[in-house]
Design a protein around this ligand. Structure first.
Ligand code: ZN
Length: 175
């Protein structure tokens, strides 16, 4: 799910939280958290394309565990509207990504990703690493306008940095 979808859904969640708790700050936090969970992709892109570790998948903020911990704290230890907002917005973001991308059901558990040493080949076998940059124009705003420029100028840079491992060649022949 791209930033536009997350902004729309997080706005709805934020307005609902504001309505339920009466706290506009909680509504704002819900909107912020719902959208900003995706800043963790910047770390992944840096590792993949600058450090040339294309099989690394960290997605440090994308984890069901954080939502579960938030719900447990809210239910049993301490309630605060801001914590409620952050927890619901985070849960909404991960759920939306999960149903949009339909990965292995366990992909968004960071404990499992840690166990598999953040190796995309074990976390989501068969996933094509090229997808992460090929999809940019579909994920970001006004993609149609700048897609031709992107395909011409930027995509070749990513493609050139990709050292194709033997196991990826199978993928490539599927295209
Ligand atoms: Zn996301």
């Amino acid at each position: 799910m791209g930033p536009i979808g997350h902004t729309v859904v997080s706005t709805v969640i934020g307005a609902s939280i504001w309505g339920v708790t009466g706290s506009p700050a909680a509504g704002g936090v819900a909107l912020g958290v719902g959208v900003l969970v995706d800043i963790d992709h910047s770390v992944d892109y840096y590792q993949e394309w600058v450090k040339r570790r294309p099989h690394l998948v960290l997605k440090l903020f994308h984890a069901w565990e954080y939502s579960i911990i938030g719900l447990l704290v809210l239910g049993f230890i301490y309630y605060h509207p801001i914590l409620l907002a952050a927890t619901v917005a985070h849960l909404g973001h991960v759920a939306l990504d999960h149903y949009h991308h339909r990965p292995n059901p366990l992909t968004y558990f960071i404990s499992r990703r840690t166990w598999l040493r953040f190796d995309a080949r074990k976390i989501e076998p068969g996933k094509r690493i090229r997808q992460s940059y090929e999809d940019f124009p579909n994920k970001l705003p006004l993609g149609r306008l700048w897609e031709p420029w992107y395909r011409r100028k930027i995509e070749p840079w990513f493609a050139a940095r990709l050292t194709i491992a033997p196991e990826d060649r199978v993928d490539e022949s599927d295209r």
